[in-house]
Ligand binder design. Structure first.
Ligand code: 13P
Length: 248
């Protein structure tokens, strides 16, 4: 996958079927012609229906917020990569900080999920980012390097996108400054270069997430190594999400 512009909306635990359909319909009505790839990540129970809603839209895909680290079997409540793929899901988030914090997702679990996702033709947005204490103690670059190395080193990164989401910026209204975000994105490219070479580093799309909104998206997206955004709260309002898409 070559480097592309992305705006992705992570709905988290929000929206019923009718609310989700209404949101997507309003987004579709207000989208101009653009080269930005749009992805929505609704709760998994809505994926199948929303795949139909966006079927005729250009550069618009539905993804899942999570998939199981197991292929199949006795794992009550889990959803596999193969199941997601079978209903037209095209992307999956792995390693989101809320999965790491509340569900014990480690780099090694993330690696298993990424492997299964790729085997099942899903593209992966792998989420990384440091906690506030790690930034305050100047460990942020090392933390992100470890997250990437441990999860990706044994994989083919061709269909992997990386989202840098500093934990202290998620849902807090506090955004990384463009300088902080750019520094980390450049660092991520150098980590990728060491692992996979210069071509992979240059061609991997890197997204910023963490209180990204219609007001601050433009200056973040203008940074040399930022290819778009992974949006939480602001993706739940059609108007804001569309404005962010128009922020390149
Ligand atoms: P907010 O945009 O609400 O800070 O959430 C970011 C996020 O976690 C996207 O995955």
């Amino acid at each position: 996958m070559s480097r592309q512009k992305f705006v992705a909306g992570n709905w988290k635990l929000n929206k019923t079927l009718s609310e989700g359909q209404e949101l997507v319909s309003t987004i579709l009505e207000n989208l101009g012609d653009d080269s930005v790839t749009k992805i929505i990540f609704p709760p998994s129970v809505l994926i199948s229906s929303l795949v139909n809603t966006v079927a005729s839209a250009e550069h618009f895909f539905v993804g899942a917020q999570n998939c199981s680290e197991h292929e199949s079997g006795a794992f009550t409540g889990e959803v596999s990569a193969a199941m997601l793929s079978s209903v037209g899901c095209k992307f999956v988030l792995v390693g989101h900080s809320e999965r790491r914090q509340y569900f014990g997702e480690t780099n090694s679990i993330a690696s298993k999920k990424i492997k299964l996702a790729l085997q099942n033709n899903l593209k992966v947005i792998y989420c990384v980012g440091e906690r506030l204490t790690e930034r305050k103690t100047n460990k942020h670059l090392e933390v992100v390097k470890t997250q990437i190395t441990e999860a990706l080193q044994s994989l083919d990164p061709a269909n992997v996108i990386i989202a840098y989401e500093p934990v202290w910026a998620i849902g807090t209204g506090e955004t990384a400054t463009p300088a902080q975000a750019q520094e980390m994105h450049a660092h991520i490219r150098s980590v990728l270069e060491n692992l996979f070479g210069a071509d992979v580093a240059a061609n991997t799309s890197l997204l910023y997430g963490g209180s990204c909104n219609a007001q601050n998206a433009k200056e973040l997206f203008a940074c040399a190594d930022i290819d778009g955004g992974l949006i939480g709260g602001a993706s739940l309002k059609a108007d804001d999400f569309c404005k962010i898409i128009q922020s390149f």
